[in-house]
Design a protein around this ligand. Structure first.
Ligand code: NAD
Length: 386
């Protein structure tokens, strides 16, 4: 199989949208993908105009995702996969239609807005054999993979406690009432799902903690708060977690944490050491062993794992960050799809990538958090699908 660039389609991510542009930049970075088709906007005319301005063939500049499916299905050079960059409640109908038409899918998190949809989508992906990659951004960072490998090798011993947080500040006031489109759908339960901050960013934190530690959540108890008056969903979440085997966890997600632009932080404490990773210094992993000699492990160092090396491009001291991490997900998705087409096992970059089941676990986590928090005394709840 030649290494021709895979043909990418996109739904959502049009004029003024946030994550669609990150997908476009990240998918281009390594030459694995070429964007050739799109239905970029909920407004068909605006979407077609956006596509043409992006340089797409007018014949592949579609008004709706249904038109994209019909148009691409009729072509010999049809898209290999379609990225879904729309608000949460639309992920399921769009993904379902794409899979049923035989397309692979790259879907934004959370996988769906409801647990019912997440179960249905994961089942559809499994039974059809279609690829569904989920863009859990933080699992694209090389030093997150390095932490995962080292935890797996036993470098910090049995895990005792996991502290993971995702604080943001941009929704500290009622911007959804002042015309901010991104905040408007994120605070509408019908469009976002039942979990506000926990669904939007807590899902990232939950995936990151599970990805690095390999631990399975046994049960959780949660306390949700809505600090901004008039808001329908939580904007701050505290979740206590008990993992199988006895480890404990604490997860904090917040959209009202002033001073935090994107403060994702993971700390894993074991019996013989700890690892810390902070997204705003993504090239460094802090290792604190029992003997007190704290070390900074740097991206690009010679003795890193293969999993970290294949996700790095530049030598140490030349920082890589968010776009490269996102691009690593796109490299992984391309490799997984190419491997399937060629009937072989994927290489390292196509392994340990977030798939539909990870997306389902994320939605199950959010549902359990909201269920737990709905009683005055938080209840311990076992999420399904963990
Ligand atoms: P946004 O509001 O900025 O953009 C949504 C876009 O989807 C708009 O262009 C809108 O016109 C379009 N759209 C809506 N319905 C459509 C439809 N039926 N057909 C075609 N286009 C349609 O939203 P956003 O902040 O970019 O978030 C989009 C998704 O990405 C959400 O699921 C969100 O949770 C996720 N997200 C993920 C990350 C990450 O780190 N992975 C970061 C931000 C957002």
């Amino acid at each position: 199989m030649s290494k021709r660039p895979l043909r990418l389609g996109m739904v959502g991510g049009g004029q003024g949208a946030y994550i669609g542009n990150i997908h476009r930049l990240a998918s281009r970075l390594d030459g694995n993908w070429t964007l050739v088709a799109g239905a970029f906007d909920v407004d068909p005319d605006r979407g077609r105009e956006f596509a043409i301005n992006e340089g797409l063939d007018p014949a592949r500049s579609y008004g709706t995702f249904q038109d994209l499916i019909a148009g691409e299905s009729a072509r010999e050079d049809r898209v290999d996969a379609v990225a879904i960059c729309t608000p949460n409640f639309t992920h399921y109908p769009i993904a379902k239609a794409l899979i049923e038409a035989g397309f692979d899918v790259i879907c934004e998190k959370p996988l769906t807005a409801t647990l019912e949809d997440a179960v249905a989508l994961e089942t559809l992906s499994r039974e059809s054999g279609r690829f569904v990659g989920v863009t859990y951004t933080y699992s694209g960072y090389p030093m997150v993979h390095e932490a995962r490998v080292r935890v797996g090798r036993g470098e910090i011993g049995d895990i005792r406690t996991v502290q993971v947080e995702y604080p943001l500040e941009w929704m500290a006031t009622a911007i959804e009432q002042k015309g901010n489109a991104q905040a408007a759908w994120r605070t509408d339960p019908k469009k976002n799902g039942r979990g506000g901050s926990i669904g939007d960013i807590g899902t990232h934190a939950y995936h990151l903690a599970g990805f690095v530690t390999g631990l399975t959540l046994e049960k959780l108890a949660a306390d949700l708060a809505t600090f901004v008056p008039g808001r329908a969903l939580d904007d701050n979440a505290h979740v206590l977690m008990r993992y199988e085997g006895g480890a404990r966890g604490l997860l904090w997600s917040s959209q009202v944490a002033l001073g935090n632009s994107n403060g994702v932080r993971l700390r894993v404490f074991g019996a013989t050491g700890s690892f810390q990773w902070f997204q705003e210094q993504p090239n460094e992993l802090i290792y604190a062993p029992l003997d007190g000699r704290v070390q900074t492990i740097k991206r690009g160092a010679d003795d890193l794992s293969e999993d970290a090396k294949v996700r790095s491009r530049t030598p140490p001291g030349h920082p890589e960050g968010y776009l490269e991490a996102f691009a690593n997900l796109y490299c992984g998705f391309a490799e997984a799809i190419r491997a399937r087409l060629a009937g072989r096992e994927p290489t390292a970059i196509g392994r340990n990538i977030p798939l539909a089941y990870d997306g389902l676990k994320g939605v199950a986590f959010v549902e359990a958090v909201v269920d737990s928090a709905e009683s005055d005394t938080p209840r311990w709840i076992k999420p399904i699908a963990v």
